[in-house]
Design a protein. Structure first.
Ligand code: PMP
Length: 354
């Protein structure tokens, strides 16, 4: 730390992104990316804009918001577009939380929530997931604090139903409820339609997972237009050009490729079911994930050993340190071939560790 670093950040523990190793080719199942490239129309749209990079992007993001409004059946003024959904989540922490407006979230969830809270000096509480790793919606009913819940949750992949989400939103009318739907397209139920009914609901989605655009950085937030206006105040106060030209064009093109992405999500769901079955046959406990990853453990080998041994064998999964997650690994669902390699390597490790 330099002598110039502000004391207000001295105790900050930054978020640790999943490994992006360069030293060797891995079967990469550690950061929940899509195994499929974006369709040609998306690549072409981004490439076309690359020829115009001398110009700033449109700070109003008009064509993207128009297409998104069309796709999601809401108004343009009910959407914000950001540099990945991490950015809209951070804006929400900045806009709606402070010392008098703390936030709560599950004890096992997306690691960035506690980082955003610490970064912005926002008090936060965590609510333990149930023994089976599910969120008990009743823990959040009428809690009188801001709330953020990933639905499906990460790293568990477990979901709340739409009616459970609605109970949480309805019972906390004086607080903002953020539902992070990063993984919703793989089997969850979106609560975007509820933004018309509740003025305290913000729903976030990303193009990083189901739309194969993790490297482009594009996220969306959906809410009542007053909440969106607040978030835009922060966007215009930090970086009005937060979505670059290529990403905006890729996003518009992606929204027009519903058939392609629906087919790919179906394929991921099939590969997920196949992998879960095979892991269970090998003696793993596997949570009933509705996301593009599985969360699994076995008595036969520790979570950390399995992670390390798979890495030695060229397969990368995510091991998350922590009391409740220590024995598990989070395995991103890739192509059928990738999952077959993963399963073969798991079998080898189990044999070797006997
Ligand atoms: N929410 C959850 C639950 C996530 O797992 C991720 C991906 N790391 C994000 C949000 C952010 O994704 P992005 O910034 O790529 O949109």
């Amino acid at each position: 730390m330099s002598k110039f670093f502000s004391k207000k950040y001295a105790a900050l523990t930054p978020y640790t992104p999943g490994e992006q190793p360069k030293e060797r080719e891995y079967v990469k199942l550690n950061t929940n990316e899509s195994p499929f490239p974006p369709p040609p129309s998306v690549v072409e749209a981004a490439a076309f804009e690359a020829g115009k990079l001398q110009l700033y992007s449109d700070p109003e993001l008009l064509s993207l918001l128009e297409e998104a409004a069309n796709c999601f059946g809401v108004k343009r003024s009910e959407i914000i577009a950001t540099n990945g959904s991490d950015e809209v989540l951070e804006f929400a922490f900045m806009a709606f939380c402070d010392k008098k407006h703390p936030i709560v979230f599950p004890d096992v969830t997306y690691g960035f929530y506690s980082v955003f809270a610490s970064l912005h000096a926002i008090p936060y509480d965590t609510i333990p997931l149930k023994e089976d790793f599910s969120v008990d919606y009743r823990d959040y009913v009428g809690i009188g604090k801001n709330i953020v819940i990933a639905n499906p949750n990460a790293p568990t992949g477990l979901c709340l139903s739409l009616s459970e989400v609605e109970e949480i939103v309805k019972s906390n009318p004086k607080n903002v409820v953020i539902i992070d739907e990063a993984y919703v397209d793989f089997g969850g139920e979106s609560c975007v339609p509820l933004i018309r009914k509740y003025d305290n609901l913000l729903v976030t989605q990303t193009f990083s997972k189901s739309r194969s655009l993790a490297g482009a950085r594009l996220g969306l937030g959906f809410a009542n237009e007053k909440l969106i206006a607040d978030l835009n105040t922060l966007r215009y106060s930090t970086n009005p050009y937060n979505v670059n030209r290529m990403t905006m064009a890729a996003g518009v093109a992606a929204l027009k490729e519903k058939r392609y992405y629906t087919a790919k999500c179906k394929e991921i769901a099939e590969n997920r079911a196949y992998t879960a079955e095979e892991l269970k046959k090998l003696g793993f406990e596997v949570l009933d994930s509705k996301a593009n990853f599985l969360f699994a453990k076995t008595e036969k080998v520790s979570g950390e050993t399995l992670y390390k041994r798979l890495k030695d064998k060229g397969v990368l999964v995510r091991h998350l340190r922590g009391e409740r997650t220590e024995e598990y690994n989070r395995i991103t669902i890739g192509t059928k071939e990738q999952m077959q390699i993963f399963l073969a390597k798991v079998k080898e490790v189990l044999e070797e560790e006997k």
